[in-house]
Design a protein around this ligand. Structure first.
Ligand SMILES: Cc1cc2nc3c(=O)[nH]c(=O)nc-3n(C[C@H](O)[C@H](O)[C@H](O)COP(=O)(O)O)c2cc1C
Ligand code: SF4
Ligand code: SF4
Length: 412
């Protein structure tokens, strides 16, 4: 039987698989990281380091609020957490021990300084402790300082400057972790590259509000009577993450490897990110929800998929779908589609009729006696709303129409 190779080279660092913990409480200290390595993760981005003499971190609490949507729990997670509140000596000792005990695993030290000296010191201490790479945190959206985190990540000169400061003081490859709380990530990624960055990590959390307590009119999490617009992560942010990762990958000038982050829960999520340009994949929220063992499914699912497709290396997947993204102004309009309902699969619920009536082009006829749904092709504009609302997954399909030879409702 063929064996797939999940290993990948990232900025010259050999990773046994592309699956990493992203910097967060899931990689807070050595004992946790050791359990993650034992579970099978190829690498860890350690919880962002801080020099407490420069700025003492005190976390607000409660610091989390989960976003539940109807019956689906934990679709996303809002957090008000900052970088590590552990002291630098303990963290550095932990990194040293981890590298001693797990020499073949990859340990990335995430760092955040508040001045040149901090960045220099954190880079040097991480390198001396044996870290394989550095990740520069330009993206935490809830630092208790106004000159830090995602505000730095929106200040192009600061991104270039601090990246340069770090690069001059380390031999390690350096990744800039960027914020999605910006209209366009390419210019700031380019600034990181100008400062010498070897790779980009994206995304950090999306600034958001997940809930409001309607009894006391206070958004959540309720932190002693107040709340804030803070970082949102998990499955709900995956579409935003995919967007940024593909844009970074497709940039004709950037050409840096990407460590992809945002809502990865299953091997299919992982595959999506690889296909759109991620080389390594980082995870937090799904681990907070399900634990380190999700890596077993990530590895097994991706391996099985690759074997089935005769794809033997991760490199063969990276960016393979990214080239299919074009500007919406370039979409073909000559080829249109019309929907088709499989009458053997239809359960006669009428949902497609309601949606097409009130949100489509009134192209479905529905007989309330026989409960039969039928598409009127002369009215169907091919939006496929009916397919997306149908509760039977493969009941509604579509066929393509070449408008040069056939009439179509979208071409008047
Ligand atoms: C509770 C919590 C704490 C986090 N702390 C950090 C941090 O210290 N440094 C950092 O770069 N990112 C931090 N992040 C962001 C994650 O590393 C990651 O970028 C984000 O959660 C999106 O990935 P996910 O959807 O897999 O969680 C934190 C996220 C969460 C949920
Ligand atoms: S594709 Fe759109 S217009 Fe056509 S039947 Fe479905 S909902 Fe109606
Ligand atoms: S939504 Fe699907 S199952 Fe329901 S009537 Fe329409 S085609 Fe049939």
């Amino acid at each position: 039987m063929k064996k797939v190779d999940l290993s990948i080279d990232f900025c010259g660092v050999k990773c046994e698989n592309p699956f990493f913990l992203s910097s967060s409480p899931v990689g807070n200290h050595a004992e946790m990281c050791a359990r993650a390595f034992d579970a099978g993760w190829g690498g860890i981005v350690y919880k962002t380091l801080n020099i407490e003499s420069s700025f003492k971190i005190v976390m607000p609490s409660p610091r989390l609020n989960a976003y539940h949507y109807n019956d689906k729990r934990f679709v996303g997670l809002q957090n008000a957490e900052q970088i590590t509140d552990r002291n630098i000596a303990d963290n550095i000792e932990d990194i040293k021990n981890l590298k001693k005990n797990y020499p073949t695993k990859v340990l990335v030290s995430s760092i955040m300084g508040f001045n040149d000296d901090d960045w220099r010191t954190l880079a040097k201490m991480s390198e001396d402790a044996g870290a394989d790479m550095l990740e520069l945190n330009f993206s935490c959206p809830q630092m208790a300082r106004k000159d830090a985190g995602h505000r730095i990540g929106q200040d192009f000169n600061a991104v270039t400057h601090f990246t340069e400061v770090v690069k001059k003081n380390t031999n390690l490859p350096v990744m800039a972790k960027l914020t999605p709380n910006i209209t366009d990530m390419i210019p700031v990624a380019q600034c990181a590259k100008d400062g010498g960055a070897d790779a980009i990590a994206a995304i950090n959390t999306v600034r958001a509000i997940t809930d409001v307590d309607i009894n006391n009119f206070t958004p959540l999490p309720n932190i002693h009577g107040h709340s804030g617009i803070t970082g949102f992560s998990g499955a709900a942010v995956k579409p935003i993450g995919l967007r940024f990762v593909s844009e970074l990958f497709n940039s004709p000038t950037l050409k840096l490897p990407i460590s992809a982050i945002g809502g990865i829960e299953t091997w299919v999520d992982a595959l999506h990110y690889l296909l759109l340009g991620g080389r390594t994949l980082q995870v937090t929220t799904a681990i907070m929800r399900y634990g380190y063992r999700i890596v077993e499914d990530l590895i097994e699912g991706l391996s099985d998929f690759m074997i089935e497709r005769n794809i033997l290396t991760i490199d063969e997947l990276v960016g393979k779908a990214a080239g299919k993204l074009i500007d919406p102004s370039d979409f073909s309009t000559r080829f249109q589609v019309v929907s088709q309902i499989d009458e053997n699969k239809c359960i006669g619920c009428g949902q497609c009729f309601i949606s097409c009536q009130d949100g489509g082009n009134q192209a479905i006829k529905f007989d309330s006696e026989t409960r039969k749904a039928e598409v009127d092709e002369s009215r169907c504009v091919g939006c496929l709303l009916c397919k997306h609302v149908c509760p039977v997954w493969d009941c509604v399909s579509h066929k393509e129409v070449d408008t040069q030879s056939e009439k179509h409702a979208a071409i008047f």
